[in-house]
Design a protein around this ligand. Structure first.
Ligand code: DAH
Length: 338
């Protein structure tokens, strides 16, 4: 018994004197471990008279429990002290000035495109993608643009070889859609197009168009006009008026260009619309029967309309930007205005 008391006392004083968490492990081993002092007492049980064994066993257990409890308490104390020290060292000075986060801005082209997509998706159109590298067939031939047509000139088109080129118009996507044979079609297709032009305020060798196409039974020019008028009003304001002028595109018949009343002066004529009162925004027309035939659609059964919008043109108009080059230079001072 005396021996046990001495062991417990000894353990207690060592625990109290310990200065760090790791020391507690050593103490634990030296008292409770396989070769520990308490374990040694247990091993000596065989020398104890059998009738005294339960009593001695109980005492050893009590001693063990006591040491374990002390170890636990000390461990908790160490951990608390450690946590407190860490919290003290991590104090945040909320009075320090914050770091400025520079938020990005959407490009005017992107804003205009999202607006166009929202309007047409709202009318039940799907948005489809087409390849920028294209066969001559899709960009020209299947759109009724025969060899010898001025648009096919190397002055205007970037050719990769005889048959392959960078598309000059998103109209090529019309052909891909018709070929798939899923009718009716109600789609818009935004994307990049390429023309062999020098850069100036209104030209760029690469710009964007949004193509549109509807094919179904009983589609008429009235559908074309109603759709595009609605688009213009949603895009440029409720009071916008539209005007269709006869035009020529090889893949539509009849063809037209659509003007909108100048949203700056309301049609009276100003610097913005060059005194005209009207601004041209897109080309359109009824799909040419021959174009249908080439893509395997029966023009006796189906009719349709198509249109093509220059995205940069819309963005320039909507945000009153007077030089297209601004859209491509990625000048933060310009972009951050949108
Ligand atoms: N692809 C024509 C262009 O680049 C624009 C166009 C005109 C598209 C009439 C059409 C259309 O779908 O019907 O000038």
């Amino acid at each position: 018994m005396e021996n046990l008391d001495k062991i417990v006392e000894d353990a207690l004083s060592r625990i109290q004197k310990s200065e760090q968490l790791e020391a507690l492990n050593d103490i634990k081993t030296s008292f409770l471990g396989k070769k520990g002092q308490l374990t040694a007492v247990l091993k000596g049980m065989k020398d104890v008279a059998p009738e005294d064994r339960p009593k001695v066993g109980q005492m050893v257990n009590d001693a063990r429990q006591k040491i374990e409890q002390l170890l636990d308490e000390k461990r908790t104390e160490f951990e608390r002290a450690k946590r407190e020290a860490r919290m003290r060292s991590e104090v945040i000075d909320v009075t320090l000035p914050g770091k400025k986060l520079n938020l990005g801005h959407r490009h005017p082209n992107t804003i205009a495109l999202e607006e166009i997509e929202r309007i047409f998706v709202g009318m039940g159109y799907e948005v489809v993608d087409g390849p920028e590298i294209e066969y001559d067939y899709y960009n020209f031939e299947a759109l009724n643009i025969p060899d010898g047509h001025p648009a096919k000139d190397e002055q205007d088109t970037f050719y990769i070889n005889d048959k392959i080129l960078l598309r000059t118009q998103t109209s090529s996507v019309q052909v891909h859609m018709m070929e798939q044979g899923r009718l009716p079609i109600r789609m818009i297709s935004p994307g990049r197009v390429f023309r062999s032009d020098d850069v100036d305020a209104t030209h760029s060798p690469s710009f964007h168009q949004v193509e549109g196409m509807v094919v179904d039974k009983h589609i008429t020019f009235a559908d074309l006009k109603g759709t595009l008028e609605l688009f213009a009003r949603k895009m440029f304001g409720e009071n916008t008026k539209v005007k269709f002028r006869p035009h020529h595109f090889p893949f539509t018949e009849p063809s037209a260009e659509m003007d909108v009343s100048c949203f700056k002066c309301g049609g009276k004529g100003c610097r913005f619309c060059k005194g005209e009162g009207w601004i041209e925004i897109l080309g359109c027309g009824m799909v040419h029967p021959h174009v249908f035939e080439m893509s395997g659609i029966d023009p006796e059964e189906y009719t349709g309309f198509a249109f093509g919008v220059g995205l940069e043109r819309i963005a320039l108009l909507k945000y009153e930007i007077d030089d297209m080059r601004l859209l491509y230079e990625n000048d933060i001072r310009f972009l951050s205005q949108f």
